[in-house]
Design a protein around this ligand. Structure first.
Ligand SMILES: Nc1ncnc2c1ncn2[C@@H]1O[C@H](COP(=O)(O)OP(=O)(O)O)[C@@H](O)[C@H]1O
Ligand SMILES: O=C(O)[C@@H](COP(=O)(O)O)OP(=O)(O)O
Length: 309
């Protein structure tokens, strides 16, 4: 039996190969290998006369064997456990101009960390559009990069139209994003929020200053690579968004991209060139472990938003 602790209370449960292999896949071990490894750990436990082992002792045993099997996976497993053991819910914000890959990366990060809640800011905006009429806020009824077309009073000539519209659009949607963050903190739910509206400088200061609210910005400095992402996105069978619209507005989208870069610098938000998915994910996980993983060390329960493994 395994002995763990939740909120100061001890509990015991049988060893499960399924639970352990799921944790190992979070550390990027292939599913078959993970199941085989978990079976070896089970046999090892059966061979000893120990009938009760604490979670910490079990983890020590796993890490020892993992180090022999694959040191890189051992490090990833340790990093993942560190994040999972923190007391507070984790709010991960991933922003970037349209097409840079925020939804793809957010999905992978949520998977890796076992976070079951994820929302795109496009969805938050869609709810807001039902509440706020086009007459009242024309900008949020546009895309972020065409928002300038909805501005009732055009910006003074010294301002860039696209960026003035973008800022207005993001500022409005940020009210909804703040609400999702506040609710997640109140309920103790970990969540990944992603999209073009996650812009440094726009989320409420008191929220973004929390250690467990962590923002990243994705970039693609090569504009041809960026353009290519719209082609690959629109090739997917289920994609319903017309390629031409993004190509026609590509110049405006690049302006917002530049704005993301400068805001990230100004507000000291980590920005990552999203060239290779694995590199981007590893960077984000490493960063979260370093900035947040070392804070507290109380076992998390399932209700706090992570998968129970
Ligand atoms: N690191 C990456 N390497 C290669 N392709 C990527 C990467 N990140 C995203 N993509 C692809 O680029 C396209 C746009 O990504 P998506 O996540 O939809 O962007 P966004 O949500 O920022 O608009 C998708 O087809 C996606 O599969
Ligand atoms: O407003 C915008 O910039 C895009 C963001 O979506 P992503 O490209 O980031 O998914 O939404 P759209 O109006 O094109 O549906």
């Amino acid at each position: 039996m395994i002995q763990g602790e939740v909120g100061g209370k001890l509990y015991t449960e049988p060893f499960s190969k399924g639970v352990l292999s799921r944790s190992l896949t979070r550390a990027e071990m292939g599913p078959n290998k993970a199941y085989a490894f978990a079976s070896c750990i089970e046999s090892k436990l059966k061979k000893t006369s120990i009938t009760l082992i604490t979670i910490d002792e079990l983890v020590e045993l796993i890490v020892e064997d993992l180090r022999d099997e694959d040191p890189e996976i051992a490090d990833k497993y340790i990093a993942w456990r560190k994040i999972k053991q923190c007391n507070d819910p984790l709010i991960i914000l991933i922003g970037g101009a349209s097409g840079v890959g925020t939804s793809s990366i957010a999905f992978e990060i949520a998977n890796r960390l076992g976070i079951r809640n994820m929302i795109s800011t496009d969805m938050i905006r869609e709810v807001m559009r039902k509440i706020v009429s086009k007459e009242l806020s024309p900008v949020i009824h546009e895309s972020s990069f065409t928002a300038y077309k909805g501005m009732r009073v055009p910006p003074p000539p010294e301002f860039d139209d696209v960026l003035a519209g973008f800022r207005d659009h993001v500022d409005t949607v940020s009210v909804g994003i703040d609400a999702v963050i506040e609710r997640s903190l109140k309920e103790g739910i970990s969540i990944v929020i992603e999209g073009v509206h996650i812009v440094p400088g726009f989320i409420k200061k008191e929220l973004i200053e929390k250690d467990n609210v962590i923002m990243f910005v994705l970039t693609l400095s090569d504009k041809e690579v960026h353009k290519g992402r719209f082609y690959s996105r629109c090739r997917q069978m289920w994609a319903r968004r017309p390629l031409q619209r993004y190509l026609d507005n590509f110049f405006a989208i690049r302006k917002t991209h530049k704005y993301f870069e400068s805001q990230a610098r100004k507000f000291d938000v980590k920005s990552i060139e999203n060239i290779d998915v694995v590199t981007t994910i590893d960077y984000i996980i490493k960063n979260i472990t370093e900035t947040y993983g070392g804070i507290t060390n109380v076992e998390k329960s399932e209700s706090e938003g992570f998968d129970d493994d």
